[in-house]
Design a protein around this ligand. Structure first.
Ligand SMILES: Cc1cc2nc3c(=O)[nH]c(=O)nc-3n(C[C@H](O)[C@H](O)[C@H](O)COP(=O)(O)O)c2cc1C
Length: 212
């Protein structure tokens, strides 16, 4: 089995983390960099990642996340927070950044900018947020793989009240909405009901359709 597949077999949605074992900052930095480097639609990167080590903040979030222990037992809680809307400013910011970094303007790229400017800001905010949130999920997927690569345990968490988390982190004021959480830490030696259970996936035959 490939090294990558072995790591993906190893990872699981950790139910009980060891609060005494913190993830090294360089490993967290690698996971964050993997998220930053992953793909997004039109390269807009329409979300941000909050890294919460502050125990008080995590204790505030926990009751709004089904009291899941990983929120406070992890060492780093990642919060994926998507743009609440696509505005002209946000779209221009990313297109200008591309021009700045590459050092030239390209007609095709500028036409593409105009196309997005003519399409996204006019749509309702909820549609735009949903699109931005989908990009955040790509970041989540990348983080899950990167964490496994670093032999760091993680738990993707959708079981939380986004409005409460937005309030606790003052995300609304920044035009952001929390999408999904990812505690990073290490599995506890005891007390995790899932750790020794077999990974269950639909068979390849029921999952992949090959049309030759
Ligand atoms: C978007 C998303 C949200 C999830 N939310 C939770 C959650 O709130 N709590 C939890 O314990 N597991 C959560 N999970 C974990 C899934 O139940 C788990 O990934 C799935 O059962 C497959 O098992 P495995 O990841 O352990 O291989 C979530 C997973 C994803 C991808």
């Amino acid at each position: 089995m490939s090294d990558l597949l072995q790591k993906l077999q190893w990872r699981y949605a950790t139910k009980k983390m060891n609060p005494a074992k913190a993830v090294d900052e360089d490993k967290v930095a690698t996971i964050l960099e993997a998220i930053r480097l992953t793909a997004t639609s039109s390269g807009l990167q329409p979300y941000e990642v909050y890294v919460i080590k502050n125990q008080e903040l995590r204790a505030k979030i926990k009751p709004h996340a089904w009291n899941q222990d990983q929120i406070t037992d992890c060492s780093h809680l990642l919060v994926f927070a998507a743009w609440d809307n696509y505005t002209e400013e946000r779209i221009n910011m990313m297109f200008d950044l591309v021009n700045d970094v590459r050092g030239f303007k390209n007609e095709g790229w500028e036409n593409y900018r105009q196309m997005l400017l003519g399409a996204y800001p006019q749509r309702d905010a909820e549609t735009n947020y949903a699109h931005a949130a989908r990009q955040a999920y790509i970041g989540l997927g990348t983080a899950l793989i990167a964490a496994a690569e670093e032999r760091v345990d993680s738990t993707p968490i959708e079981g939380f009240d986004p409005e409460k988390v937005d309030e606790i982190l003052s995300l609304k004021e920044k035009g952001l909405r929390s999408v999904v959480l990812l505690p990073l830490g290490y599995r506890a030696d005891e007390g995790d009901w899932l750790v020794d259970l077999k990974k269950v996936r639909r068979s390849k035959e029921n999952f992949v359709t090959e049309l030759n």
